[in-house]
Design a protein around this ligand. Structure first.
Ligand SMILES: *Cc1c(COP(=O)(O)O)cnc(C)c1O
Length: 420
């Protein structure tokens, strides 16, 4: 790869947190700024670092481990399938794919599924399918399809997706970007109505904006969105990659709104954190526009992914995780609201997708994450002033209460002295 490989840093095996961090910093691209904790093991809501310290995970890998770390039943499915067959490519069929389709459709009331790997790939897939539907079914003139998206969206990191991001750090330096996208404010149905033209093929939106800081839209917004999309023949694409699979206390967040999308995107917790698995779910004619050879993925729909996803979906429902998310989410939010703090500006969320927005004078969310880390709780800041709290859905009442004690500790000011 390189003409001169850098010399190894030292001869000894890395053991301490500092050793592992130095290794990462030396060889890795700097596209992340993680907390300085090096994890080596996980079980349920807990993870352990290389020094043996235990933490309550309040991020859940951005909701990819809703089922808790290393869930034994998903692990068993992964092991069993890995010993049997892992990858065939879609050039041949495999005996897990059909079962995965059937179980996923039954659970989500979908008619058609297209399996991919990452969330961004599911988004790309939906955009492609919606455009093709626009040309072939709706009759939009070739090359003129428009897709509407929302400001402060997060849909992934590919070029076409960052091309319609409004986050300067996601976009800057990566252009030129492809045309065909229109950005409107989130939560504003009138803006959607005004933006729709005869060439509009789709509206891509998150039920709750996660990366933007857990922004919950006004009541009735999605009812109106659904009406507008139906009325103007616009494909409603709900990106439930983060909100889906129990996170908000329902299987899909659309259930809170009493609507059904045309395309729904899921990923992250679809594998319980074991493997990248995503899917586009379709409940209308949209998916039928795809013909053999027009879209695909070498790993999409592989038997290992399907077996893992089947187990991940099964435990979500069999073990009552969705109901637990609703109950524990209410407990967590009530507990956070009860904390008497002059740095907290707002608590918002749905189910176990919760955010604490801090006052501008609080000094930023990062230092609260650092203080919580010291107290054995892992959280991640988003957009400077917001802490996102999204523990695994298997969290118990006692664990929620233990977390609240730590939140109260930092929001009341204690534990921040070292960072002030
Ligand atoms: C994480 C996420 C994605 C992207 O998923 P990747 O697997 O990281 O590509 C897309 N949309 C939403 C809402 C997400 O939270």
């Amino acid at each position: 790869m390189a003409l001169s490989t850098p010399k190894p840093m030292n001869d000894s095996h890395p053991v301490s947190t500092a050793d592992f961090i130095a290794l990462e910093n030396r060889y890795g691209a700097a596209n992340y700024k993680p907390l300085d904790v090096v994890l080596t093991r996980g079980e349920g809501v807990y993870v352990w670092d290389v020094e043996g310290k235990r933490y309550l995970d309040c991020l859940s890998a951005y909701s990819a481990v809703n089922q808790g770390h290393c869930h034994p039943k998903i692990l068993a499915a992964l092991k069993a399938q890995a010993e049997q067959l892992t990858l065939t490519s879609r050039a041949f069929r495999n005996d897990q794919l059909g079962l995965f389709y059937e179980e996923l459709c039954a659970l989500t009331h979908s008619h058609k599924v297209l399996p991919m790997n990452s969330g961004a790939e599911a988004v790309e897939t939906a955009l492609k399918v919606a455009r093709k539907w626009g040309y072939e079914v709706k009759g939009v003139p070739e090359g003129l399809a428009e897709i509407i998206v929302c400001a402060d969206n997060f849909h992934g990191r590919t070029l076409s997706i960052v091309g319609f991001s409004t986050d300067p750090s996601a976009r800057h330096g990566f252009g030129p970007f492809g045309p065909g996208f229109k950005v409107i404010p989130f939560g504003d149905a009138k803006a959607l109505e005004a933006a729709i033209t005869p060439n509009t093929v789709a509206f891509l939106v998150e039920p709750i904006q996660g990366e933007a800081g857990v922004i919950v839209p006004p009541a009735g917004y999605f009812k109106k969105v659904r009406e507008l999309c139906t009325q103007h023949r616009v494909v409603l694409i709900l990106d439930e990659i983060q909100t889906g699979l129990g996170r908000t206390g329902k299987l899909l967040a659309e259930e809170h709104e009493g609507i059904e999308s045309d395309l729904t995107l899921i990923g992250k917790a679809l594998s319980g954190g074991f493997y990248p698995v995503s899917a586009v779910l379709s409940n209308v004619e949209v998916m039928d526009v795809l013909k053999p050879g027009e879209h695909g993925s070498t790993f999409g729909g592989n038997p290992l992914a399907c077996a893992v996803a089947r187990a991940a979906l099964r435990v979500l429902t069999e073990e009552g995780m969705i109901e637990n998310a609703a109950k524990m989410g209410a407990r967590l939010q009530a507990g956070l609201r009860a904390i008497n703090s002059d740095v907290v500006r707002e608590i918002r969320g749905r189910g176990l997708m919760v955010a604490v927005e801090l006052q501008p004078h609080a000094g930023g969310a990062r230092r609260y994450c650092e203080a919580l880390k010291t107290r054995g709780l892992l959280c991640k800041e988003t957009h400077g002033h917001t802490l996102r709290i999204t523990p695994p859905l298997v969290i118990t009442a006692a664990q929620v209460d233990a977390a609240l004690t730590e939140f109260e500790g930092v929001f009341a000011g204690a534990g921040l002295a070292a960072h002030a």
